[in-house]
Design a binder for this molecule. Structure first.
Ligand SMILES: Nc1ncnc2c1ncn2[C@@H]1O[C@H](COP(=O)(O)OP(=O)(O)OP(=O)(O)O)[C@@H](O)[C@H]1O
Ligand SMILES: O=P(O)(O)OC[C@@]1(O)O[C@H](CO)[C@@H](O)[C@@H]1O
Length: 315
């Protein structure tokens, strides 16, 4: 079973708009609602493959009830932590030319009792977990070392940890040796404090994250593909996508693909890339089913294209 932990889930509301004109009333041409938050998306993607997953998440207020309903409709097993504050709503504005603007709300502040209940729920659910994916930003009330503490506790109980977060929460948790971390290019650049212009720059940064404690680094580089750096070696994977519809949750879909394929080595990287490529062909944060995957379009190589310039360099 793959357990996911999303301390700050969201109701994701996507509006399709012709274009963004600041200061004007913009009439949306389409709208959709998805249960969101990075770990929630990982659970949705794992469940789409038929594997068992449980999502641990605080839920509160009317948006929280809606998230619970949407997850129920999708058949996702949830271990909810009731909280007094309302679950946040995150807004995505998708323009006709493909540009996506996101507004992520801070979310409710968790009380001491809610924080304890969240940890206790993770502890109870982690008994049958092969992997625990800890994902997303931390809500107010959880200190930056909250993930570090969770990694230390769950490692002691024998589960493997995948971590997808950023900033101080990522840096603190690295010290507890998570089994894999999944930064995107911006998060990787921020963690090492340098710009990334080439695949080689990303490889060096991933190696540095390993020196800081990560056992493996699965770095997602947007349209350029993904990189896996571990004690077994380093590989680069990519897949061509002709029509990108939405990249919301593509990283989460990738992490799910990586974990369901065993969570290490080139086969798991190939699965991560296939899931990322399939996710961007789908609208909003819809997660791919096995029928959406095109494994034949994926290339994985140990011959790293170090000099290749990143399509979207991070400055
Ligand atoms: N434009 C694209 N063309 C082809 N593949 C893409 C594109 N954008 C993303 N992907 C695939 O999806 C993966 C994840 O994308 P990205 O690096 O943007 O993740 P992310 O920033 O973590 O996303 P999120 O936080 O929304 O889940 C990429 O590594 C790649 O495999
Ligand atoms: O604010 P965070 O926790 O960093 O990210 C939250 C979020 O942007 O991540 C998911 C996509 O990866 C969305 O479902 C959700 O809205």
């Amino acid at each position: 079973m793959i357990l996911t932990v999303t301390p700050n889930p969201s109701l994701d509301r996507t509006y399709e708009v012709p274009s963004l004109d600041r200061g004007e009333v913009i009439r949306a041409t389409g709208e959709r609602m998805d249960p969101g938050g990075k770990g929630v998306n990982v659970s949705r993607a794992v469940a789409a493959t038929g594997q068992r997953t449980v999502a641990v998440l605080p839920l509160g207020g009317a948006p929280g009830a809606l998230v619970a309903d949407l997850l129920d409709q999708q058949g996702i097993e949830v271990a909810p932590v009731p909280v007094a504050g309302a679950t946040r709503s995150n807004i995505a504005l998708a323009e006709a030319d493909g540009v996506l603007t996101k507004i992520n709300a801070p979310g409710p502040e968790l009380t001491d009792a809610e924080r304890e209940l969240l940890l206790e729920t993770v502890r109870q659910q982690s008994r049958d977990a092969s992997w625990i994916a800890c994902c997303g930003s931390l809500p107010r009330g959880l200190a930056p070392d909250w993930y570090a503490d969770l990694v230390a506790r769950t490692h002691a109980a024998g589960a493997r940890i995948a971590l997808d977060t950023s900033g101080p929460a990522l840096l603190a948790a690295l010290r507890e040796r998570p089994d894999v971390v999944k930064p995107n290019a911006e998060e990787l650049s921020e963690a090492v404090g340098r710009p990334l212009a080439t695949v080689g720059d990303a490889v060096k940064a991933a190696e540095e994250l390993r020196e800081m404690g990560a056992r493996a680094v699965l770095a997602s580089l947007g349209a350029d593909g993904q990189l896996l750096v571990s004690d077994r070696g380093a590989w680069f994977g990519s897949a061509r996508v002709d029509a990108v519809r939405s990249n919301v949750g593509a990283g989460d879909s990738s992490l799910a693909g990586f974990l369901i394929a065993g969570g290490s080595g080139p086969e798991a990287l190939a699965s991560a890339v296939a899931h990322g490529a399939a996710a961007v062909r789908l609208p909003g944060s819809v997660m791919p089913t096995p029928a959406d995957l095109d494994p034949a379009a994926v290339t994985v190589t140990a011959d790293l294209p170090a000099d290749r310039a990143l399509t979207e360099p991070v400055s």
